[in-house]
Each structure stands twice: as structure tokens, then as C-alpha cells.
Write a new protein. Sequence first.
Length: 238
Amino acid sequence: MKKINRYSIWIFGFVPMFLLATAISCSQFFSTSLAPWAARDPASLIPPVTTGNVNELIEMAENDPDMSLEVLKRIKDAAQNADSDKAGDLQAAALKAAANASGIGSALLQQAGNISELMDNADNAIDLIVDVLNSMNNLNAAGDNLVEILPTPGTSEFDAFVAKSSADDLAIAAAVLLAAEAKSVSDSKDYLDSFDGSGTGPQVELAIALAKAADTKGMELSSSLKDILGGLNLVDYS
């Protein structure tokens, strides 16, 4: 078995722990300030999404994965009925909502520069990754919704969406999709260890397209996230 790269270990193993330590303020709002019936039904708290309120809703829910997933679903509904310009804005916003819903969230940007060699034993490292993937309850749902929301790669609609999206958001969404794909297969450990930057299926194909789109933005992509895309084999820097 080849040695799993350190970027994969960090992304899937330590980001969720950082999120637990930083998710106090918004999670308290949604879980303790609201009536018990509302806390049990996140969908009841999300109004119809528009380009005018989408960023505020994403920010309010950013540390609550279940609430963020409901925001993502409302973005999907809004994007399906929007004109092309507004659809592009909503699709770009969906990248942030999906990252929050998956459990990876903004910590990927905040802590990407602190990557270090975490474990020497590849088998133990992959076991850790798989355990964390299994704990991300919304990961597959976030990936599925992204596939439904975003345009098909290679189309003019996809190019317009990429133009409205930040390089870092595109890169994070690519990592979310690859993680979701790994979780959906029978052997996540083998999938992560053998992924070579190619594959079929809507999630992995979209992950590769998003990663390449992020890379084409050049200096707009943070150096740490560029390293992560290369470490995950989503972009070939060899």
C-alpha cells in the first residue's frame, strides 16, 4: 500500500475536531435559544432563499451542519427557478453551504497552513480518516445536493458559475465531493489510498472539474489549498 499523503490525513481527520472547538456561538443560538420544536426541525427555520438573503442565511447556519444542509436544499430550490445570472450567484453560494453542511466548513481555510506530518503508520492514518468520514452524517447529502445544484462541467453555465466563485470555495467543494465519494463506496480506505485523479460518477467527476477550475484562477487560489488539491491528486502538479 502506498503511503497516504499528509494532506488527506489532515483534511479528513483534524478539521472536524477544530469545528467542534469553534462552533459555540451559532450552535448555541440554534440549539438553546430556540423553542424545542424548532431545534428538532431545522427546515422550519429557513425561509425561501433569494440572492438577497442567501449569504446571511449561510453565515447564520455556518456552525450547524444540519441547518446548513437545509440552507443548501433551499438554495437548490431557488437555483432551479432562477434566471441564469441569479442562478450563478446561488450556485456560487451553494459551495459555502455545502462545506458547512458536510462538517468540513471554513476551518479548511483557517487551518490549512498548519499541516504537518501527523502519523507515520499509513494503515492507522487511513483508519482515522474512515472513522471521521463515518461521523460526518451530512457528507453524502451535501455531495448529492451539490451535484444537483451545480451546472454540468464543460458548459457555458459552468464557466459562468466558476467566474462568480472564489478559487478557495471551489477547492473546498472539490474536497467535500471527494470525501463524499469515498464515504459512499464499500471500502473507503482503499478508495482514498488509490485515488489517482480520475474516475467516473457525478461526484468524482464534479470534484475533479471544480479542482481544475480552482487551479485555473492562479494566484487567487491560496497556496495551502493548492497543496491540498495536489496532495489529494485532484490536480496533477507533477
